[in-house]
Design a protein around this ligand. Structure first.
Ligand code: R5P
Length: 288
């Protein structure tokens, strides 16, 4: 198998290729002076199975176009099986038609990916039903055990895991399973993008090291609301984890400034807090 990495996932895809003992695919990616993207596959791929790793993260549209160009080109070059790996499936939050005439972005993207893919996998997709947009064999990999292993080596005092909304509860449970501790969740209402309201709730966290975990940290508003509620309950310390660090603006400084002891994420998106690699998850998915 040959592993190709798009611009957003160069380090991760190389790690996957090395872990598999597979060839790392050579691609030339450039921009024309007007900003249009040029791409050329330099490896010999005829008849070989390939995997393409690319997150749909900032700059979303450029990374998406690059992925679609790469898949279409590989198909034209008569490869064997094409597996598309999208560690962060951007546009996942536009997963239904909230108002008449709106695009269901995550469905449109699925349609275009599967035109030139035989298999698909992603990591902690924002809404499970997005996987139903795919008609090809698809896997939604779960990074929560990897987050759990990270926190296990932090030797926390009586850890307790809290999800800032019900949607993140399975992640919290995945971590608490590794740490053999309790988990719970808060109820959140989104007022508008970047503005949420979280309903107060009491937890048994006095003196305990609390982990707050979400799938995405974007503006940080969701995590911050949770931190405020937990701080009032005299937790020993508050550690923050997420799978996909979108991190809009100065969110890390903001979280540290408001009581977080530690903020950590996986490398589905490259960031200054992407200390946990999902390469082992993807390697397993490609080999099973
Ligand atoms: C929303 O349902 C997601 O699970 C996250 O809670 C959300 O995307 C985080 O966004 P923010 O950091 O802007 O509150």
């Amino acid at each position: 198998m040959i592993i190709f990495g798009g611009s957003s996932c160069q380090t991760l895809s190389k790690e996957i290729a090395d872990g598999l003992g597979a060839e790392f695919g050579q691609v030339t990616i450039k921009k024309f002076p007007d900003g249009e993207r040029f791409l050329r596959v330099d490896s010999e791929v005829k008849g070989k199975d390939v995997a393409v790793v690319q997150s749909i993260c900032k700059p979303h549209d450029e990374n998406l176009v690059e992925l679609l160009f790469l898949l279409d080109t590989l198909r034209d070059m008569d490869t064997g099986k094409i597996t598309t790996v999208v560690p962060y499936y951007g546009y996942g939050r536009q997963d239904k038609r909230f108002n008449k005439g709106e695009v269901i972005s995550s469905k449109t993207i699925a349609k275009h990916i599967q035109m030139n893919s035989d298999e698909f996998c992603t990591v902690n997709v924002h809404e499970k039903h997005i996987m139903d947009f795919f008609d090809i064999p698809s896997k939604d990999l779960d990074a929560s055990p990897l987050l759990g292993e990270y926190f296990a080596i932090c030797e926390l005092e009586s850890p307790f895991v809290i999800a800032p909304d019900k949607g993140a509860l399975p992640l919290a449970q995945g971590i608490s399973k590794v740490l053999k501790c309790d988990s719970d969740y808060l109820e959140k209402t989104r007022i508008k993008p970047g503005k949420v309201e979280t309903h107060p709730k009491s937890f048994d966290v006095e003196g305990k090291d609390v982990i707050v975990v979400d799938d995405i940290i974007d503006s940080g508003g969701t995590i911050l609301e949770a931190i405020k509620i937990i701080q009032k309950q005299n937790a020993g310390s508050i550690h923050v984890g997420c799978v996909h660090p979108i991190l809009t603006g100065n969110v890390i400084t903001w979280l540290f400034g408001n009581g977080a002891t530690d903020v950590v994420a996986t490398n589905t998106i490259n960031s200054q807090i992407s200390f946990i690699t999902v390469s082992s998850l993807i390697i397993d998915a490609l080999t099973l």
